[in-house]
Design a protein around this ligand. Structure first.
Ligand code: 5GP
Length: 190
């Protein structure tokens, strides 16, 4: 998506050759016009599928997810990151190791929001090693819901998230695919 690639080049900052900082439009301050375009772009690919829910993880997945949900006219659920929820029978839970924070947290969604009737788009801001997406997929499986695709705003293709998800049979759609962040420069896969 050209508008996104332009924004990454103009406003993104490379940290440590494998982290891209995009806090001026996606992960802290949010650019609603860009999010709206992102929502339309993803939604256009899935209008003919019977998507019933968008599932994401707090906090940076929420903005793109809401705009996709708005376009498709379906609810958006975000998994919460909390510490000790394993004993609660009302929750679907999974463990996710955070690539940026280097901690493992328990994520959860209330059982009342996701059922075996649901057809889900899983959404996140970044794809690195695929752990957040796998955690969200696990929550969907616990509910018996069907995961139709994984929608990622920015994929770092030099990490193994896409191959991990594709090897498990999931469709991965990304709007920006980064092949390298070497020398503090962003290089996209054309
Ligand atoms: P994964 O679970 O695929 O290893 O990493 C994806 C998660 O880590 C995303 O939810 C995102 O919050 C965070 N993340 C991974 N790489 C980056 C990055 O380069 N920049 C930012 N801002 N977040 C990232």
């Amino acid at each position: 998506m050209k508008e996104l690639l332009d924004k990454i080049i103009s406003d993104g900052t490379v940290l440590e050759e494998d982290i891209l900082k995009v806090d001026s439009f996606l992960t802290h301050q949010i650019d609603p016009e860009l999010m709206s375009l992102i929502g339309k772009n993803f939604a256009d690919k899935y209008r003919d599928k019977k998507i019933t829910k968008i599932v994401t993880i707090e906090s940076s997945g929420i903005a793109p997810a809401v705009f996709i949900g708005l376009e498709l006219g379906v609810p958006v659920i975000f998994a919460r990151k909390q510490k000790s929820l394993t004993m609660n029978k009302e929750l679907l839970t999974a463990s996710v190791h955070s690539f940026t924070k280097k901690v493992t947290s328990e994520i959860s969604i209330s059982t009342k929001f996701l059922t075996s009737q649901d057809h889900v788009l899983v959404v996140d801001d970044f794809l690195a090693n695929g752990q957040a997406a796998l955690g969200l997929i696990e929550l969907c499986h616990q509910a018996g819901a069907t995961v139709e695709a994984i929608n990622i705003v920015i994929e770092k293709s030099f990490q193994n998230g896409r191959s991990l998800l594709e090897d498990k049979g999931y469709k991965v759609d990304s709007l920006a695919r980064i092949k390298s962040l070497k020398n503090n420069e962003v290089h996209f896969i054309e």
